[in-house]
Design a protein around this ligand. Sequence first.
Ligand code: 5PN
Ligand code: ZN
Ligand code: ZN
Length: 248
Amino acid sequence: MKVYLLNSGSLVIDRSNVLWNIDPGIPVRFPVYSILIDHPDGLFLFDTGYDYEHVQRVLPFEEPIQQSNETIPEQLKLCGYTPEDIPVLVNSHLHFDHVGGNRFFTKGKTVLHRKELEQGRNPEPFERYGYSDKQWDHADANFETIEGDLEIAKGLHLYETPGHTIGHYSLLVQFENRQPILFSFDAAYTHENLEKEIQSSFHIDPVAGVRSIRRVKQLAQEHNAEIFVSHEMEAFQTYKKAPDCYEG
Ligand code: 5PN
Ligand code: ZN
Ligand code: ZN
């Protein structure tokens, strides 16, 4: 099995958005990435980054930086694939920085939590920026909704980690010959969120969000997994990026 991290570029938010109610007034640039898994059962893609045009139009204050080779089609090309080669796209949740390339996937199915699909189509007013990019809901999207924890293929475990959004999933990847990796997605933007047990300011249910941070830590301990956080520049700089990969 091979696990590729696909770089989508970076954005800026305030530190008090990364760590709710901590240190307002400090801008933080953070990475956005997706995950391609070459599994014995086929190719699985988790999330699709952000769409540069969308962020420039709707959230220009997040100062998007995305090189021309940091789109999903270009990142897949680095690994030797095109969007048509991907039969299964999974969305951890439907925030704009995780669905920006969904529109390229017109052949396969898109797997996500039932509640996330409902919420993405009808978000609360305070969630409007998070769910501002609706391009995932295109005519050729073939949604398969799921609920509860689920092993979608051998060694690929989705765990419900709600709070940041109502139907948020984290992903545990178990290899044959390598330490497992637990992708928290936005249950923890950074290691500091894990250590302090403070979630990002963007959330629908802060109590559930804290429980999900604890769940991520518990799962990592139980499976002796390394946690990969979603939006920390220091951590991301240490991760292997496509076309390099984690293999085992
Ligand atoms: C990067 C970023 N910016 C804004 C929002 C938001 O309103 O909900 C989630 C989110 C983000 O991840
Ligand atoms: Zn999010
Ligand atoms: Zn995010």
